[in-house]
Ligand binder design. Structure first.
Ligand code: DGY
Length: 333
């Protein structure tokens, strides 16, 4: 029996490709650059797509997708690059990769907190540039995390992972969500983002990118942070007004920053590169072997369960689509 055809829009770790090839006839975009406008021609004849956070599946693209496409997985937990309303209108379920990357991203947040607070990036650059000089009691002074108030904006699975790890560093954890998180017992809840920011010595952005959160971190709110606070972002760049953040770091209002995500990745605002007391990573939050293999497994298994076994995987982002699928739209590949 022929396997259904699956377009994968970027080279994935070998174990993931092997899993995909066992169940699908895989068509692999072989380049390091995102597939971009080539997605449509490459999707011709495919029954499923495995896309990346760098691929934009907006309403216009959904309208033009070939009718053979019956399911889409994204190799990410974030899904701001996918118009789910348009997917549902097409009767196509979309799956993402929650949980399996939470530990990796939470560890990245701690890495950025520590590096920013101790200015590790600048210290290492000094050493690499052979400018270390004699040991000094007054150089490379940072701040320790012990006893600091950590404010988590967006207490989901990743936020909880950060909170639990921060306890080990002796931090006091607080958070803001629209509502109290049932598993966040013992962490102080702030009903407003403003209140959280006003009480955060270390502030970590973990909320997803949605119409409500985009641009939420603006000049007015950055001014609420205690002067010299540490700022970390492991979520999405578009939550931040980057002009305002750059200004806050330059003035010292933000005392140190650790960033993994930016607007317009990978073409980041060049002013970031010149900022003092700032650790910059190139969106590597989930970049561990464990997480990336787990993401691939989840993405492939959801397509397999849905297309080959008529199951409804729990990691579906638009479950409303299932009852809508009629005999016409649900034809087996
Ligand atoms: C995610 O999974 O959303 C990560 O940010 C990778 O894009």
């Amino acid at each position: 029996m022929n396997h259904p055809a699956l377009l994968i829009t970027r080279r994935l770790p070998e174990p993931v490709l092997a899993l995909a090839r066992a169940a699908f006839d895989v068509k692999l975009w072989p380049h390091d650059e995102p597939i971009g406008v080539q997605l449509l021609p490459w999707a011709q004849g495919c029954h499923a797509l495995l896309v990346m956070a760098t691929d934009r599946l907006d309403a216009a693209l959904w309208q033009q997708l070939p009718p053979t496409v019956q399911a889409v997985s994204t190799y990410s937990v974030g899904h701001d690059h996918i118009d789910l309303t348009a997917a549902t209108a097409r009767g196509v379920p979309v799956f993402n990769t929650p949980d399996v990357l939470s530990d990796a991203v939470a560890e990245t947040a701690l890495l950025l907190m520590l590096s920013a607070a101790r200015d590790a990036s600048a210290a290492e650059t000094t050493l690499r540039e052979r400018r270390w000089g004699p040991w000094s009691p007054t150089r490379f002074l940072g701040r320790q995390l012990t006893g600091q108030r950590l404010g988590i904006y967006g207490m989901g699975r990743i936020g909880l992972g950060i909170a639990q790890r921060a306890l080990g560093f002796g931090m006091q954890v607080q958070y803001h969500n629209r509502t109290v998180h049932p598993d966040a017992n013992g962490f102080v809840y702030h009903p407003s983002l403003e209140s959280l920011m006003a009480h955060s010595d270390v502030f970590c952005v973990c909320a997803p990118s949605t119409p409500q959160t985009r641009g939420a971190i603006n000049a007015e709110r950055l001014a609420l942070l205690p002067h010299g606070a540490v700022f970390v972002n492991i979520a999405r760049g578009d939550l931040i007004d980057e002009d305002a953040l750059i200004e806050a770091i330059t003035s010292g209002q933000v005392g140190a920053a650790g960033l993994d995500v930016y607007r317009n990745e990978p073409t980041i605002d060049p002013r970031f590169l010149e900022l003092p007391r700032t650790t910059l990573l190139p969106h590597i939050g989930s970049a561990t072997h464990d997480a990336r293999n787990g993401m691939g497994r989840l993405a492939v298994e959801a397509l397999q369960a849905f297309l080959l076994n008529q199951q409804r995987p729990a990691n579906c982002l638009n479950p409303d689509v299932f009852p809508m699928r009629t005999a016409e739209t649900a034809t087996r590949p």
